[in-house]
Ligand binder design. Sequence first.
Ligand code: DLL
Length: 434
Amino acid sequence: MENYYQPEIECASAEQIRAWQNERLVKQVKHVYDNVPYYRKKMVEKGVEPGDVKSIDDLYKLPFLTKDDLREAYPYGLLAKPLEDCVRIQSTSGTTGRRVVAFYTQNDIDLWDECCARAIVAAGGTNKDVVHVCYGYGLFTGGPGLNGGSHKVGSLTLPMSSGNTERQIQFMTDLGSTILCCTPSYAAYLAESIIERGLQGSIKLKAGIFGAEAWTEEMRHDIEEKLGIKAYDIYGLTEISGPGVSFECSEQTGMHINEDHFIAEIIDPVTEEVLPEGSKGELVFTSITKEAFPLLRYRTRDITVLSREKCSCGRTHVKMKKPMGRSDDMLIVKGVNVFPSQIEMVLMNKGYPANYQIIVDRVHNSDTIEVQVEMTPEMFSDNVGEITGREKELVGALKAMLGIYAKVKLVAPKTIQRSEGKAVRVIDKRNLYK
Ligand code: DLL
């Protein structure tokens, strides 16, 4: 198979994209109304009938769906196809409450693979590449998604799954992996491990496709420099299919949303009002081609900005900025909104590695926040006086970014647990007292 790239779709005119969206949305609303009693009830309660949605201008009339709806309707309540037409389920990690289970027909899998193939091609992938997938395989969508995309491109696919760093590095060097797919935090760990073993010269990586968690530009530069690659962002969520809902191109200034499959809106998370292009708010998706699990106006909780500025790569699909985190990742400490990504930005700018943990607690009815940061081995060999000086400097930089005092504790290299999947950055002990 030759380069899997679809300029007739990815570089289509705005009118063409709109025409596809209008036609598919109308069909999808009818499909959902006819086959998903749970959503039909929501439409009836809002006084909306399928005939009221004639184009994407009418999208605002439809009710939203949230993760709570998915939990309430678990497991089959939002299924729009008979089970005999479904060939797969995937599921979220479900740290709180019930898991979310998404269903796929064979068509749904094909479309998902296609979206991931576009992402691999946008990162420079061809059938000559060796694609090393160390996202987890199984219920998590990361492994299966990139695996399917890589097959479509015709690349040699290494289905490594997560973990066993020693084996990852061995296959990477022996088989000459050229494209690495994993979470950015695991990429940072792999980079650290490769450097420690002095194997930088033995790897052939040229690009990385990293997503599934929020990461900063600072972290991107750090990984790019350490691995000698270009690091591309990829976004997605189980509810809407998995990775590949959007992906970065060579411009690396945001991720193109596959608009022939998904309609994106930005809303004010509090008032639920739809915001104009360029506004920061919560991302909402409507799947217009999925058959088995077609969610309409699903609130992702991810905070981002959409932009239709012309892209130098030629793709015309709308771009979303790197999500700065989820609205439910946002910590409120002493009444101030704090995003872990703001803290990461400060740490990386000051030359610390991407290994940190944020501990929030409540002492005598007052919130406290402590940032534990690993030092590099060079910093660690400084004398104690210098370490205290470093801590003070970080306290000042964090205060300037967050507007509140955060205690800083510098810890020895390798003390903070490494993640093989999504990193756990925040420990909020206040939740224990609820
Ligand atoms: O994380 C799908 C995925 C796998 C995306 C591999 C990219 C690569 P979930 O486990 O359902 O699915 O988690 C979805 O992860 O709502 C975001 O909050 C976050 N997320 C995903 N990609 C990014 C990204 C997968 N590139 C949730 N930047 C989403 C920031 C991301 N956050």
